[in-house]
Design a protein around this ligand. Sequence first.
Ligand code: VGL
Ligand code: ZN
Length: 184
Amino acid sequence: MTEGKKRALIVVDVQNDFCPGGALAVPHGDEVVAPLNRLIKEFLNRGDVVVKSRDWHPRRTKHFAEFGGTWPVHCVQETPGAEFHKELTDDPRIKIISKGMGDEDSYSAFDGTELAKLLRENGVKEVWVGGLATDYCVKNTALDARREGFNVKVVSEAMRPVEVSPGDGQRAVEEMREAGAQII
Ligand code: VGL
Ligand code: ZN
């Protein structure tokens, strides 16, 4: 293990349902794949930690409009929509974190998961965050990473917003910056 500033890359929810053609498509969502693949390669080559989070919902959850929530049915466990984008790099060294298994809207990859523990056990000090969507899961993951005491870098070219309201993407960026995340 490297001394000092060990890094982790957190690839947030790059799943079919968040990409064009998916159930909750993020405009241009698939454009994050190429820059993320470059980062995955760089991090793995250096021996840094790479984590992929995935939205991993039961068919019935209050997260879905059908059961009183906000969103169309998406990323249901074991369905094609919940699979990672097929071009996203796969590697046995990558750790997978599943989230959203309950009834609450849980957007952060830290919420109800072992992510903070996993990062600490690996001596991580700094996390780099990218993926989908900027204004939900990327934002909440970056904010929680700050709360957990990590240095945070958010990779602009490797994320896209869903923008339920126009401007949500830019507001999310401001919020992350105000929380001490560096936008690169
Ligand atoms: C997400 C909306 C609903 C996300 C997840 O991954 O950003 N957004 N569930
Ligand atoms: Zn979801």
